[in-house]
Write a protein that binds this ligand. Structure first.
Ligand SMILES: Nc1ncnc2c1ncn2[C@@H]1O[C@H](COP(=O)(O)OP(=O)(O)OP(=O)(O)O)[C@@H](O)[C@H]1O
Length: 593
């Protein structure tokens, strides 16, 4: 357990110091009791021998002072150590999570991560101090008492010593069962947390379907399973706990009986009998505490294992010597094949194309054809299964992941905003931006119109996930980030979902401006005819393969996905002339069908 915790902490020095202090205190407790027998022997006589008692009294006094000093030193370290352990763990888990591929973040793994960062990291810190210390004392003090008892009477010492391994065997069994129960309870709790996240995400759907007033069926099942695991755990733990207590009590009673027998048969004197009585009682006390501590210790060990489980999830491999990304920002996919973790069929198969630096490439294709996957692979959310993705001369797997993301801005449909002010959300893209740069970016994305209408302007909070803004407004924040970041590669997933005409125009304008910038290489998952027409190239995907790759002008005259989409827009009269929304790619009756 100590080893596990030690391995988990980047800086274990403070906890090691606390452990050493606690161990010293525990041994000192036992040694102090060792002064009892000679003091009693010297003083409990017809004529007390103070001269013989003095050195032992002095030693006991010095020991007590040392114990006091150790307590004074250890107490503040204990307080600091608990919060420091939790902080170190949180920091380590967070750093690791940042390097994990986005495919890792399933609902269950998100719940595991949330628990590791909140409950587990906090509990490990608390338990390491509040349980680890007493547990160390509960083992070291009785062990020292056994040695000290040997100086009074070896037979009682042997009996006490024999009690310890039997007690530890019983304790091991009780601990194993309590650990199993704790793991089952934790799994059941993680299930509930996962279901809760699911309910949160699917809430609009659940409401629309009129289900879920008392939770979804899966949630109710998870709650019932947790209750059952708890009850079963209580039943399983009773017997092993009783067995351990019985073993310790039996050792204690046997030692008492032996001491009494030795006294009654005149083999030990009254002072020795009193000393043995005190030693036996002090032996029993910490040992019997162990059964209460063992559950908490295993809970800590399980929490450590859970944190370890997250830390062992493989991050995307980082190159030992990252290649520097050069000034060229052309993008090349060569024979890229990719299968999502756990999926059977590839999402992309032998996809090859080049986006010249400064150009705009529109990706089109039916729903599920692999457009989003292309953008995810470019940002290295996942690594390709086969082939390679290059920016300039560099294979993106050879680049530092942080540096890679500095060059790319993603403008997604589902923009996640942090529950902070508009300004703070924008500054994520460029923390040191001046007020002027912020204002220019906001104007370019037409976010200034939104900010002007908010009660607190730039200081307005956007709510969790940006819930206080509409979809189009959120996307304008995301576009403003792109203007602010000035990254040479921009990936845009045009909003396919319904935007009101005002937002739609604002978003289209901003996207057009980004695309027209000759310093930016843009890949856009296009849903609007104007975007398609303005693109330098159009790449059509179907079932994960490139089926067309040419200029929009030429593709219009070739039978295929693009011409069908183009014809469909014309037939629907949805080109910008009318200002109506074009039919959504992937929507019912659209040209992919
Ligand atoms: N996280 C994932 N895990 C497993 N399979 C996935 C995952 N994301 C996408 N897929 C699958 O990969 C394929 C390509 O999906 P992708 O999202 O790239 O398509 P798309 O063209 O962007 O679709 P849409 O237009 O609906 O957004 C689909 O079959 C999809 O089911």
């Amino acid at each position: 357990m100590i080893r596990h915790l030690h391995a988990l902490l980047p800086q274990p020095r403070l906890t090691m110091r606390l452990g050493a202090l606690t161990a010293l205190q525990a041994i000192l407790q036992g040694l102090l009791l060792g002064t009892l027998a000679p003091i009693l022997t010297a003083l409990l006589r017809d004529r007390p021998d103070f001269a013989a008692a003095r050195p032992w009294l002095l030693a006991a006094g010095a020991g007590l002072v040392l114990y006091g000093v150790l307590t004074v030193v250890a107490t503040p370290i204990g307080f600091t150590a608990a919060s420091e352990v939790s902080e170190q763990l949180r920091d380590r888990v967070l750093r690791h999570a940042m390097a994990l591929p986005s495919g890792w973040f399933t609902a269950r793994n998100k719940a595991r991560l949330a628990r590791a960062l909140t409950a587990d990291a906090g509990n490990i810190g608390q338990l390491a101090v509040s349980t680890g210390g007493p547990a160390l004392t509960a083992v070291l003090t009785p062990a020292t008492i056994v040695l000290v008892t040997a100086t009074v009477d070896w037979r009682v010492a042997v009996l006490l010593a024999a009690t310890m391994p039997v007690a530890f065997l019983a304790l091991k069994r009780a601990g194993r069962i309590s650990s199993e129960v704790e793991t089952e309870l934790e799994n059941a709790a993680t299930d509930i947390a996962g279901r809760a996240i699911e309910v949160g995400q699917a809430q609009p759907v659940l409401r629309a379907a009129g289900v879920g007033r008392s939770g979804t069926p899966l949630m109710r099942r998870a709650l019932a399973a947790h209750r059952e695991v708890y009850r079963r755990g209580l039943r399983r733990a009773v017997l092993p706990d009783l067995l351990y207590t019985a073993v310790v009590l039996a050792g204690f009673l046997a030692a008492l009986a032996l001491s009494t027998g030795l006294f009654l048969t005149g083999r030990i004197d009254p002072p020795e009998a009193i000393a043995l009585l005190v030693l036996t009682v002090r032996f029993l006390e910490p040992l019997s505490n162990l059964i209460e501590l063992i559950g908490a210790l295993h809970a800590m060990d399980n929490a450590i294992a859970r944190v370890q489980g997250i830390l062992s999830a493989a991050p995307l491999p980082a190159p030992a010597r990252p290649v520097r990304l050069g000034p060229a920002h052309d993008i090349t996919f060569t024979d890229v094949t990719f299968t999502y973790p756990g999926a059977r069929t590839p999402a992309l198969t032998e996809v090859s194309f080049t986006c010249p630096a400064g150009s705009t490439t529109a990706l089109i294709g039916p729903s599920g054809s692999g457009k989003t996957t292309v953008t995810r692979l470019l940002a290295r959310f996942f690594d390709v299964t086969g082939g390679e993705v290059r920016i300039g001369d560099a294979d993106i797997r050879d680049c530092d992941p942080g540096r890679l993301l500095e060059r790319i801005t993603m403008i997604f449909q589902d923009v996640y905003l942090f529950d902070d002010t508009i300004e703070a959300n924008l500054r994520l893209a460029h923390p040191d931006a001046t007020a002027r740069e912020l204002a220019e970016a906001a104007a370019a994305a037409r976010l200034d119109e939104v900010i002007g209408q908010l009660p607190d302007g730039w200081n307005s909070r956007v709510g969790e996930g940006g819930s206080r803004l509409s979809g189009g407004e959120r996307q304008r924040v995301s576009i403003a980030r792109a203007f602010l970041k000035k990254s040479p590669i921009v990936v845009i997933d045009e909003a396919a979902s319904a935007l009101d005409p005002e937002n739609e125009r604002a978003v289209s304008d901003a996207v057009r401006r980004i695309a027209e910038d000759p310093d930016r290489t843009v890949i856009v998952i296009a849903h609007r005819p104007a975007t398609l027409e303005a693109a330098d190239r159009v790449i059509a995907l179907d079932r994960g393969r490139v089926v067309q790759n040419d200029t929009p002008g030429r593709l219009r005259h070739v039978d295929g996905l693009y011409a069908r989409l183009h014809g469909r827009y014309r037939a629907a009269g949805a080109w910008r002339i009318t200002g109506d929304r074009p039919p959504r790619a992937g929507a019912e009756g659209e040209p992919w069908g």
